[in-house]
Design a binder for this molecule. Structure first.
Ligand code: UT7
Length: 331
């Protein structure tokens, strides 16, 4: 059964904080080297926030850029959904901070936590409100400042992530273009392989949680790697099949950017050539909820998307969460 929803993306924008952390910079901070990072992950550099800049600031910049690009008045926005695992604080939600800063006077909003699948989930949630006809303009943002929760002494995680945000505008669509279908799932048995143990209600911050290094990303990389390749390929194949497409029909795949080897292994299983796959992990690293909207932004800027193109967005993240969205590009 397909989940066709009458919503389309009518604009995309992104924001990266100006400071760049290269592999050479990391060589000076931890026992690693450019060759290992490039060959094992595909990453050359990533952007990181300066002290005092948080995810909501990245989200706000992306939102402002999107409003400008699409000629949208902030007062027209009905709903703001922000996906993130690095909110500025436990509450209030970043959607509220963004709402105030951009002046989206009539919008309501909330944050959504699904790690690297967060943007795909948020896009689907936002699209439901447009499809239902109750909301005309929905702002969907993926924003993470991963550098604020990394242990820069742990070479197995600190080289992988970067900071950044992307945003899309969702509006009503006719029959021809827009979101065709989505497939999301959760496998909670994977929660133990990628998580941040401290700071929540289970382990509220104390001197002890700090001493035990509980406020940073903990990951068993090879477990996540294997699951990501298998599940992204399976869900992508399922989405295509149930909508009567094959991988031949795809014009572009915009995968979550966690590791170039994951992306290549997934596309090989799907039978998709390199030129049909968006890759920008070399410049940004893994920006968690930011990767897919930043991928869409770069694809548009590089002239790789035309109206009517069949596009697949595909992610796996902590949880485990899996998110796939199939759409026909609308502009
Ligand atoms: O968005 C979802 C979140 N995360 C992911 O999707 C990440 C999924 N996992 C991965 O991308 C990969 O598993 C990693 C990039 C994290 C690790 O790559 P790997 O090929 O699985 O390497 P490994 O963990 O098996 O480590 C191989 C070796 C080890 O040394 P020994 O034990 O063979 O001597 C590591 O200690 O590489 C070493 N190593 C490093 N060496 C230099 C691990 N990290 C580094 C590093 N620099 N940064």
């Amino acid at each position: 059964m397909s989940h066709r929803i009458a919503a389309k993306i009518t604009g995309v924008a992104g924001y990266l904080p100006p400071k760049v952390l290269t592999n050479a910079d990391l060589e000076k901070m931890v026992d690693t080297n450019d060759e290992w990072i490039r060959s094992r992950t595909g990453i050359r550099e990533r952007h990181v926030v300066e002290k005092g800049t948080a995810s909501s600031h990245l989200a706000t910049e992306a939102a402002k850029c999107l409003l400008k690009k699409t000629g949208t008045d902030a007062a027209e926005i009905d709903l703001i959904v922000v996906a993130s695992v690095t909110p500025d604080m436990m509450f209030p939600a970043m959607a509220c901070l963004v709402q105030e800063r951009i002046g989206a006077k009539k919008a309501w909003g909330f944050d959504l936590s699904a790690a690297c699948s967060g943007f795909a989930y948020a896009l689907t949630v936002g699209a439901q409100f447009v499809g239902a006809g109750t909301h005309k303009k929905v702002l969907v943002i993926g924003s993470d400042a991963m550098s604020t929760i990394l242990d820069y002494k742990d070479r197995a995680t600190c080289v992988l992530f970067g900071d950044g945000a992307g945003a899309v505008l969702l509006e009503a669509s006719g029959e021809e273009t827009g979101i065709l279908d989505f497939a999301h799932d959760v496998d909670g048995s994977g929660g133990q392989f990628l998580y941040m143990p401290g700071g929540g209600s289970l382990h509220p911050p104390t001197h002890e949680t700090v001493d035990k290094n509980m406020h940073v990303v903990h990951q068993e990389g090879s477990q996540v790697f294997k699951y990501a390749v298998r599940r992204m390929a399976e869900v992508a194949a399922h989405l295509l099949e149930r909508n009567g497409f094959t991988s031949e029909d795809l014009k572009l795949v915009v995968p979550h950017q966690a590791n170039l080897r994951i992306i290549r292994a997934m596309q090989e299983r799907l039978g998709v050539a390199d030129e049909k796959v968006m890759v920008n992990i070399d410049k940004y690293g893994n920006t968690t909820a930011g990767t897919i909207p930043l991928g869409l932004r770069d694809a548009v800027e590089q002239g790789r998307l035309r109206k009517g193109d069949l596009v697949l967005l595909m992610a796996v993240g902590a949880g485990y969460t899996t998110g796939g969205v199939l759409l026909r590009w609308a502009y």
